[in-house]
Ligand binder design. Structure first.
Ligand code: GLP
Length: 239
């Protein structure tokens, strides 16, 4: 596991973006695994800058980790809207190459199977991950056991609370999400985990240096051969 600690936010963003840009330069039809949350926003800005400097995403395919259940695509807090706003509207990616779980599908089990079939056809070259305060990755919440495949998950209280800041009130935060499972995440050839801020310092330490346990899904990353962890000083201060 390679751990890099940055003094400056924009350096972290630029470095993370360069890892994705290099992947696309080396392999123009690369498959990128993408994440949401506040952490990746600056990274997407720098990826857009790479595009403005000439990097094309025409042949790239993307998969997002997760989506809320019940929010229509065009809801302002859907992860679909987030991705359009922060990345897809600003690069030359083909809409048909963009994949997010559909949280409004009538048959969510069928939707999960559809997503896994697509993932099986397009192995992820590089996966971006943020880190939940309780150690979740995507929306794989801490539990007695974890699920390998894409599935519907009930969000933990602490996750609802953390995400309430994006909604009018906590009652408006969807209680369920569709998430890629830990199996697909761990099958990505390279994983880039980014975290910032003092409030992530404890869980960063637990995930990277604590026991490997389903109670901290991010700790499973310790079993992966190629993980790059990007932290600011605050998030890395307990290491
Ligand atoms: C959400 C997302 C995760 C993300 C996490 C942390 O719950 N589903 O993929 O990593 O939030 O978000 P933030 O970067 O805003 O702390």
């Amino acid at each position: 596991m390679e751990i890099r600690i940055f003094d400056d936010q924009s350096e972290l963003d630029r470095y993370a973006a360069s890892l994705f840009a290099e992947t696309v330069r080396r392999k123009p039809d690369a498959v990128l695994g993408l994440a949401t949350g506040s952490t990746p926003i600056g990274i997407y800005e720098k990826i857009v800058e790479e595009h403005r400097r000439g990097l094309s995403f025409r042949e790239v395919t993307t998969f997002n980790l997760d989506e809320y259940v019940g929010l229509p695509r065009n809801h302002e807090q859907s992860y679909y809207t987030y991705m359009q706003k922060h990345l897809f509207a600003h690069i030359d990616i083909r809409p048909e190459n963009v994949h997010l779980p559909n949280g409004t599908a009538d048959d969510l089990a069928a939707e999960c199977a559809r997503y896994d079939a697509l993932l099986a056809k397009h192995p992820i070259d590089i996966q971006l991950l943020g880190l939940g305060h309780n150690g979740h990755i995507g929306f794989n919440e801490p539990d007695e056991s974890l699920i390998g495949e894409t599935h519907v998950v009930e969000l933990k209280r602490e996750t609802l609370e953390a995400n309430a800041r994006f909604f009018a009130s906590i009652r408006d935060v969807p209680t369920h999400a569709v998430t890629m499972g830990v199996g697909a995440i761990l099958r990505a050839k390279t994983i880039v985990l980014a975290a910032r801020g003092t409030d992530k310092a404890r869980i960063v330490k637990e995930a990277l240096q604590g026991p490997i346990t389903t109670k901290c899904p991010a700790s499973l990353l310790q079993t992966h051969a190629h993980v790059i962890v990007l932290l600011d000083r605050e998030a890395g201060r307990e290491l």
